[in-house]
Design a protein around this ligand. Structure first.
Ligand code: 5GP
Ligand code: MG
Length: 180
């Protein structure tokens, strides 16, 4: 049943490739923060799986794991203002913050979210994303850590959804439109 559904989409990145890359990025992060501890903040909902995998692979002490959920209100401006649907419950002042995101697309979400957290005076703030689509960027946002750079395709799986579905897939698949 599930397998038949899966065949609709082509695999872009396998489960094994993801596992390997997450361990590699976790090792890099752990070595960069050597002697320090960090607070990990996952961006809901997409980053819940990546956050869970990443924190279990880190060797640097993780003080706490928290989650934030944001949404962007367009209003009468096209840029969209970011508001918290769920704020973190952790005080990040003087702390090393690592924001964990599923995918960076235009970069609007993370650019604003980083600024909002910077106002709380953390010691440092970095961004780690599972996937990056740099060709779609509208600003200068560059993630500090990125597992996979991908082309301008809509992907699902490993936490990423299409209409709420497919977040549970262990690999990453490309959703094709009818004319492709
Ligand atoms: P942006 O960087 O444009 O502000 O927004 C990034 C958000 O758009 C991601 O966190 C994700 O929710 C959504 N997004 C962007 N590209 C994709 C994609 O290829 N697949 C899925 N499922 N979501 C995407
Ligand atoms: Mg997201």
């Amino acid at each position: 049943m599930r397998e038949t559904k899966l065949k609709k989409f082509d695999v872009m990145i396998s489960e094994q490739e993801i596992d390997r890359k997450v361990d590699e990025i976790a090792a890099k992060i752990s070595s960069d923060y050597e002697g320090e501890s960090i607070i990990v903040i996952g961006v809901l909902t997409g980053a819940f799986i990546f956050t869970a995998d990443l924190v279990r692979s880190l060797t640097v002490p993780v003080e706490t794991v928290d989650f934030v959920q944001v949404s962007s209100y367009e209003g009468d401006k096209s840029t969209g203002n970011l508001v918290f649907k769920k704020d973190i419950s952790t005080d990040i002042e003087g702390k090393n913050v690592l924001i964990v995101e599923d995918i960076v697309d235009t970069g609007r979400t993370l650019k604003q979210l980083k600024k909002m957290f910077e106002e709380r005076n953390p010691k440092s703030i970095k961004i780690c994303t599972a996937f990056d689509k740099p060709s779609r960027r509208v600003n200068d946002l560059v993630p500090d850590y990125n597992c996979f750079t991908i082309p301008d395709k809509f992907i699902v799986g490993y936490g990423l959804d299409y209409d709420g579905k497919y977040r549970d897939y262990k690999d990453v698949r490309i959703v094709r439109t009818d004319d492709e």
